[in-house]
Design a protein around this ligand. Structure first.
Ligand code: PFF
Length: 463
């Protein structure tokens, strides 16, 4: 049967978990720790937190309200909210989702490999002298393995979105997110007990502004969009399934808080390991993208009580955190096909998922020495040229520009009455001030995004 009617979340908790599931993903567990490392910690983390509060939170509310108001996905919702031309901004978001999903799936696939690997080590023991850096390079450089892992993950994502909002997306988020929180807390305690945890906390929380470069500010801003799933219509799309009695403001506060907390916890865990195990900082420094897959296995198999049990469990959870994000990305493209192109859900899911997978192939092979692909590495210097170019372009450019236009739509093109009636509807919490939101969405957020983009363009720093 083709599902043609629009679904709604079954409850507020279900929606908050699904949206939090979209926000929490590889951005928190994999990307935030490694960009914090690359940008020298402290000051970068502070800038990131400011971006989250001053730019991320107001835009989260804007996206959800635009979605809830129109009950349409990105393109239709922006057209209805701000005018016909704004469909272009929605389309920009659909393209961003398409590209993002194509490479995100590759890293998600790695978690499947590490699940299998850690199960093997738990049963057979970790062979002496194993270098986690070598294990990582061997898997990421193997073309057949990379393709198989990405294909497996794509099929999982397609399967969830195929079942729709309630039976697919919400159900998966409800079951797995609470488990993810539990495991992370457990790991945080073991990490804090390690000898390097003090050094880790200093690295993360003591700002050293001398080490902050302009491009780090763009990266912090870009990442605040990436980690909150903003700037490309994912939250507009999820917002379009919110019922009128569910609070946009409360949900936004909760999603942003949980996402930030998890990113910080993941970073504390990872850096505690890096600073505790001799030689680890060098191994990680050589392959920052591999941090989640280099420093953590070491933790499980040397330091953590019950590590051989927690290890495999952890990688299942990384896979699930990634899945709750990939399904929201595919939902952006799929719901566009349903709403704007008139396809049924099942057909739309297969067509979108299949088309995206074609590009996943390039991303999957970009860590390998595939000769054909190296000719495509027109932008990058390293082996992962295609992959990092796509990531930098989407996170640092597409999402902030998409976000900028969303602030303009909500702050300048929608009427005060329209936005106020969505945010102040009796469901909002006591701390919320509509006037303050309006100042942030009209002035602070767009000015911050614009200033940073211009500064980087003038500095010709296309990193
Ligand atoms: N927020 C996700 C993460 O941090 O891993 C990534 C993401 C998902 C970005 C969905 C954008 C999106 F629409």
């Amino acid at each position: 049967m083709t599902e043609t009617t629009r679904g709604n979340w079954t409850s507020n908790a279900g929606f908050v978990l699904a949206a939090t599931g979209s926000a929490i993903g590889l951005g928190n567990l994999w990307k935030f720790p490694f960009i914090t490392w690359e940008n020298n910690g402290g000051a970068f983390v502070l800038v990131y937190l400011i971006c989250i509060a001053a730019v991320g939170l107001p835009i989260m509310m804007a996206e959800l309200l635009i979605g809830r108001r129109s009950q349409k996905s990105a393109v239709g919702a922006l057209k209805e909210a701000a005018g016909p031309l704004w469909g272009i901004v929605g389309g920009w978001g659909v393209i961003a989702a398409f590209i993002l999903l194509s490479y995100y799936t590759v890293i998600a696939g790695w978690s499947l490999y590490y699940f299998a690997k850690t199960v093997g080590w738990s049963i057979g023991g970790l062979p002496g002298g194993t270098s986690m850096g070598d294990v990582f390079n061997a898997q990421s450089g193997n073309p057949g393995l990379q393709l198989a892992l990405s294909l497996g993950f794509s099929i999982g994502t397609i399967a969830v979105v195929y079942f729709g909002v309630q039976r697919g997306i919400e159900r998966i988020a409800r079951i797995f997110l609470p488990i993810l929180f539990g495991i992370l807390v457990l790991m945080l305690f073991s990490a804090l007990g390690m000898s390097g945890s003090g050094e880790a906390l200093t690295f993360i929380f003591r700002p050293n502004f001398g080490a902050l470069e302009p491009k780090s500010i763009l990266e912090a801003l870009g990442h605040s969009f990436f980690t909150l799933s903003l700037g490309m219509g994912a939250m507009i799309t999820y917002g379009s399934y919110i019922a009128r009695n569910q609070s946009v403001v409360k949900a936004s506060g909760m999603i942003v808080l949980l996402d930030t907390l998890i990113a910080l916890v993941a970073t504390v865990i990872m850096f505690s390991v890096i600073f505790s195990v001799a030689g680890m900082a060098d191994e990680v420094g050589g392959s920052t993208v591999g941090m989640l897959f280099i420093s953590l296995p070491q933790l499980f198999f040397s330091e953590v009580p019950f590590g051989s049990l927690l290890g495999p469990l952890f990688y299942v959870l990384v896979a699930l955190a990634a899945l709750t994000s990939t399904m929201s990305l595919l939902e952006v493209v799929t719901s566009y096909m349903i709403d704007e192109r008139g396809l049924g859900r099942h057909k739309a899911t297969f067509i979108s998922g299949g088309a995206i997978f074609v590009f996943t192939i390039f991303a999957a092979l970009s860590f390998t020495d595939t000769p054909f692909l190296s000719t495509l590495n027109i932008f990058g210097e390293g082996k992962d040229g295609w992959f990092s170019t796509a990531d930098h372009f989407v996170s640092n450019w597409m999402l902030p520009t998409g976000g900028l236009f969303i602030t303009l739509a909500a702050g300048w093109f929608m009427t005060r009455k329209a936005t106020e009636s969505e945010l102040v509807d009796g469901t909002q919490p006591g701390w919320f001030r509509y006037g303050a939101w309006r100042v942030f969405i009209r002035f602070v957020a767009p000015a911050a995004v614009l200033a940073i983009i211009i500064a980087v363009i003038l500095g010709r720093d296309f990193s």
